[in-house]
Design a protein around this ligand. Structure first.
Ligand code: ATP
Ligand code: MG
Length: 418
């Protein structure tokens, strides 16, 4: 019987495009992409599923494309949920260490997480992740991993990431109707973080900003943990709409003009004439590229001012000592980093996936941070520090053709979630 390397299948359900990746595991920290399927997403508007059947069609096409490139079939996937729908908050759990020697064990960490999972989830929401931030043992604060330490009272500060139960159900239904099982659902920024952030950045404090199609999403990582998530309903699709209205051109032409000529700041050859196809057909008009910048720049400015306002409101700006890392398709806009740095007052860099081989040239771009990160998340989520995470239990189930029992346990997890 032919032996296949361990293979993972993931799908990022973005508001702009569905992207399926099939990846072979090449090491404890790395994958090789062997199949990519990507197409425009139908049926999701600003992070909300508005047409399930249309979404099923998009998923099916993305998966078939990736499967045919990889020469494999896909039975089970790990998927993202739309970030716009995700909420998160920090909660605390407390347990008494019951063993006679009072030494903290992994079981105690699971127990304290279970106390957090069991309570305080707002009505209609389901827990996607419960991620420990730090522990306090008998009053001793800021412990990263208390296993092996001695004490009587263990407290955990936990960041709980939730999604409306109905939204999660719709994602699972769409994937099931596209004839794949769901091994797990992941918050997109947690996935992207795996692909683009360095360990140092996560320790020192960094904002991960995903400027995609429908929404711009933000997360703060510090001391190796997640502390904040937020979402703004403005991103690339609105910029395309602005161009369509401002230059009076059909949306598909506005998209092409944006990708080839748009800038987030004035610069380049301002008088360069652009050919702009008019709405309703006819000869293209010539428009100076400065007119395009006048449409695009204020919108990009607005996005990052809204991000700053959100972070100022929560007093978080000073915590990102390593600055911000920006991912998502809209991050390709020339001059966007400059606008972000000005608005946020911190150093910003583009986030390009690391730890990936194979079709690496195709995925080494900010718009592939989430799908590549999903594969890495699946691969790495067995690490000891994540042993308490709800998603960890289903790790192996994402392996195509993996043990059936694992898949069954994933289905049980999903059932339990709802
Ligand atoms: N070269 C480029 N220049 C400017 N914009 C681009 C470029 N390439 C892609 N985009 C824009 O990026 C957006 C899509 O980004 P991405 O693929 O990250 O979105 P998504 O993950 O589907 O959406 P979301 O994360 O908001 O749910 C689109 O608006 C697209 O026009
Ligand atoms: Mg996205």
């Amino acid at each position: 019987m032919a032996r296949h390397a361990e293979t993972l299948a993931v799908i990022d359900l973005g508001t702009y495009r569905c992207c399926c990746l099939i990846a072979e595991v090449t090491g404890p920290e790395s994958v090789e992409v062997v199949g990519i399927g990507s197409r425009r997403t139908d049926g999701i508007r600003r992070g909300v599923i508005v047409n399930l059947e249309a979404l099923v069609g998009s998923i099916r096409e993305a998966i078939e494309q990736a499967a045919s490139m990889a020469g494999r079939s896909v039975e089970t996937v790990v998927a993202t949920v739309p970030a716009a729908q995700v909420r998160s908050f920090t909660s605390r759990g407390v347990v008494t260490i019951s063993s006679r020697d009072r030494v903290v064990g992994r079981k105690d960490l699971e127990r304290v997480l279970a106390t957090v999972r069991a309570v305080q989830i707002p009505d209609g929401q389901s827990t996607l992740h419960a991620l420990p931030q730090e522990y306090t043992l008998d009053g001793q604060e800021e412990i990263q991993d208390p296993v092996g330490m001695t004490g009587a009272r263990l407290e955990a500060s936990v960041h709980v990431v939730t999604v409306p139960r109905q939204a999660a159900q719709h994602v699972v239904s769409a994937l099931n109707r596209a004839r794949v099982d769901v091994a797990g659902l992941v918050f997109p920024l947690l996935a992207s973080a795996e692909a683009v952030l360095t360990r140092e950045e996560r320790e020192q404090g960094v904002f991960l900003i995903d400027c995609g199609g429908g929404t711009t999403d933000v997360a703060l990582f510090e001391r190796g943990a997640l502390w904040f998530t937020g979402s703004i309903p403005i991103a690339g699709e609105l910029i395309t709409n602005d161009i369509s209205i401002g230059l009076r051109t059909p949306v598909p032409d506005a998209e092409t003009i944006k990708r080839t000529h748009a800038r987030a700041t004035p610069g380049g050859d301002e008088d360069l004439p652009l050919e702009v196809p008019p709405i309703g057909g006819g000869q293209p008009r010539l428009v100076a590229s400065s007119v395009l910048t006048q449409v695009v720049a204020p919108r990009v400015q607005e996005i990052f001012e809204l991000v700053r306002a959100k972070l100022e409101r929560t007093n978080l700006l000073a915590r990102a000592r390593a600055g911000a890392v920006i991912v998502g398709g809209t991050a390709n806009l020339e001059g966007l980093l400059e606008v972000a740095e000005d608005a946020l007052g911190i150093p910003c860099r583009l986030g390009v996936p690391m730890g990936v081989a194979g079709l690496a040239e195709d995925v080494r771009a900010p718009s592939f941070a989430t799908p590549v990160g999903l594969a890495l998340w699946e691969l790495r989520s067995g690490r000891p520090q994540r042993a308490q995470d709800g998603v960890t239990r289903i790790r192996k189930s994402a392996v195509i053709g993996g043990m059936r029992a694992m898949v069954d346990s994933a289905q049980r997890w999903l059932t339990g979630m709802f």
